[in-house]
Design a protein around this ligand. Structure first.
Ligand code: COA
Length: 219
């Protein structure tokens, strides 16, 4: 994308979470978590048919990270705690799930994705991730529009943009490629002009560049 800053946030800190640029070195933790969460992911995530193999996950995360480093698409891994990501084996390095700002929303926009470990759902952590992505989308990445797309049947996912003041713009038919056919998707959108006064604007958020230096979030 042309209008993405040279220094996107490689780390974001919310009151409860540390969001770090997806890294192939996270693969063992991600593989374990996806394997453990297949049942809750499979109905909604086309990639969650079966447990990923470690080497495939490393390759996928290498591509994902390469997209991040080239400022094309921004996937983050979420960890409990607001500190810099500790080693996964250290206490406090609890993997929560994944989120991101994806370029598939087209020019001027980024689309948020999210999933959370089933042991940690129901605590507002996905909402916190979505708030961080929304604020970063407008204040760090400078986009004009942040979107969330969800299957109409996915109540828990649709509840998040509804809670965050997004507008439900409509349902696109047969738009999510899925094993066995295409699924409909609901498109939720928040415009830059609507951002002030939403819960995402009020989120306490700190952003850091690739050298972990604080980044100014321009309001
Ligand atoms: C979609 C998904 C991320 C939602 O997770 P979640 O835990 O329900 O979402 P949140 O973290 O925002 O939590 C919301 C719940 O926590 C409660 N909550 C507690 N503290 C909260 C807080 N501080 N802020 C918001 N909600 C809070 C809410 O009341 C709500 O409870 P309810 O489900 O009983 O109504 C999760 O179900 C998931 O990973 N699903 C599989 C993957 C998926 O579908 N991804 C989306 C694809 S579009």
């Amino acid at each position: 994308m042309d209008d993405i800053p040279l220094s996107p946030p490689y780390r974001l800190a919310t009151p409860r979470l540390s969001l770090t640029a997806a890294d192939p070195r996270d693969a063992p933790v991600v593989v374990e978590a996806v394997g453990k969460n297949l049942e809750q992911l499979r109905p909604w995530m086309p990639w969650a048919e079966q447990a990923p193999k470690l080497d495939d996950a490393v390759e996928r995360l290498r591509r994902v990270r390469s997209d991040f480093d080239r400022s094309e698409d921004f996937s983050y891994h979420a960890w409990l705690g607001s500190k810099k990501q500790p080693e996964a084996s250290e206490p406090g390095g609890r993997f929560v799930g994944a989120t991101g700002l994806h370029s598939r929303a087209g020019e001027g926009g980024l689309e948020i994705g999210y999933w959370v470990d089933r042991e940690l759902v129901g605590r507002g952590l996905a909402t916190e991730m979505a708030m961080a992505m929304t604020q970063a989308g407008f204040l760090a990445f400078g986009v004009d529009r942040v979107e969330i797309h969800a299957d109409p049947e996915n109540e828990k996912s649709n509840a998040i943009p509804a809670r965050l003041g997004f507008t439900r713009e409509g349902t696109l038919r047969a738009r999510i490629p899925f094993p066995g056919g295409y699924r409909d998707k609901v498109v939720w959108c928040l415009l830059r002009s609507e951002f002030a006064g939403t819960p995402s604007a009020d989120l306490e958020l700190a952003a850091f560049d690739a050298l972990d230096r604080p980044l100014l979030l321009l309001r």
